[in-house]
Design a protein around this ligand. Structure first.
Ligand code: PEP
Ligand code: MN
Length: 349
């Protein structure tokens, strides 16, 4: 059961109420926006009696196991602000940069180029989850320092993948913590990033269902961090021609199920640079809030994922097309007055 709480309720009244529920064996979780209590287990009080309480705005049934992530509790889209980017506000946010930070020069060059091309955030891996232990594992802490310099020189916030909760202190200058596909169900990591304030970009696991993915987001939200961004990056299917299969349905399905912003990563989904543009366009048409795209200044020499990396020039041309496509669709949606909460297009933009 979800109890929506009226604004301006005295916190002492709420504390007393929560403690009376806990005495009945009820597990009580709190949500901040909207103010709500999520009650599970124990002996739940009668809904009619609860509705009569002065501070209760509304009682809702618990429909999904991921109540904090669900649209049911939180009908309005969540907007995650990072620097000047407002991810989820109806605009199109591009995150771009190399798969791995390889050197300071490379990262600064790519950062400046993607910024000029329209990226709002710079990505770069310093701790790399590689299938083979014999391949490049990333520069680690040194890589994060190069990424920080590149972000500062280009004027872009930075995104990097964290693989273990113990790495958190190393990520103090990273603006967005990425949790990669392989760690989507690393529950201790999810709990740890839920206890801190930086936004978390949570990628979909290689064979995770929407519900499993949203349950992982729920771990972060339950920890008290509302700044969660989802990223579809392709799933395992029988098709082996592409690295993964981009599940484009994820975008409109998640739009219905959750208020969290939804990004798409066409680079890991396809594994091939030639497919990045068409998949990006499909993702924009499906209504994503943004894209994460790998860009390298010399893809042929990249230490990781060179086959899927765009050059800075190709990225800039693609970004122009994507912003144009996004603008066109937004205008059409506004003209047709598409319902706002269900739709990524923001009529006020
Ligand atoms: C990445 O973004 O560099 C990455 C490893 O992605 P994924 O976790 O989606 O494979
Ligand atoms: Mn990569």
């Amino acid at each position: 059961m979800i109890i929506l709480i009226k604004e301006n309720t005295a916190s002492a009244d709420l504390r007393e109420f929560i403690s009376s529920l806990r005495k009945r064996g009820v597990t009580v979780d709190t949500a901040a926006a909207p103010a709500a209590l999520i009650l599970t287990g124990g002996s739940l009080p009668d809904a009619d009696r609860l509705s009569a309480l002065e501070f209760v705005r509304e009682i809702l049934p618990l429909r999904e196991p991921y109540s904090l992530a669900s649209r049911h509790l939180h009908p309005q889209n969540t907007v995650v602000t990072v620097g000047s980017a407002r991810i989820g506000d109806g605009g199109l946010t591009l995150i771009a940069g190399p798969c791995s930070v390889e050197s300071e020069e490379q990262t600064v060059a790519v950062a400046k180029a993607v910024k000029a091309g329209g990226a709002a955030l710079l990505r770069g891996g310093a701790f790399k989850p590689r299938t083979s232990p014999y391949t490049f594992q990333g520069l680690g802490e040194r890589g994060l320092a190069f990424l920080k310099t590149a972000g500062e020189e280009a004027g872009l916030p930075i995104v990097s993948e964290i693989m273990d909760a113990a790495q958190l202190p190393l990520f103090r200058d990273v603006d967005v913590l990425q949790i990669g596909a392989r760690n989507m169900q690393n529950y201790e990591l999810l709990k740890a990033v839920g206890r801190q304030e930086k936004p978390v970009l949570l990628k979909r696991g290689l064979s995770a269902t929407y519900e499993e993915w949203l349950m992982s987001a729920e771990y972060i939200l339950k920890g008290g961090n509302p700044r969660v961004i989802l990223c579809e990056r392709g799933i395992r299917t029988f098709e082996s021609h592409t690295r993964s299969t981009l599940d484009i349905s994820a975008v409109p399905v998640l739009r219905e199920l959750t208020h969290l912003p939804v990004l798409v990563d066409p680079s890991h989904a396809s594994g091939r640079a030639s497919l990045v543009a068409p998949l990006s366009a499909a993702a924009v048409a499906a209504g994503c809030d943004g894209l994460e795209i790998e860009v390298h200044d010399h893809p042929a020499c990249a230490l990781c994922d060179g086959a899927q990396a765009l050059t800075p020039d190709t990225f800039s041309r693609l970004a122009k097309e994507l912003f144009a496509l996004h603008g066109f669709l937004q205008k059409e949606a506004c003209a047709q007055n598409v319902e706002r909460s269900r739709c990524r297009w923001n009529p006020e933009k």
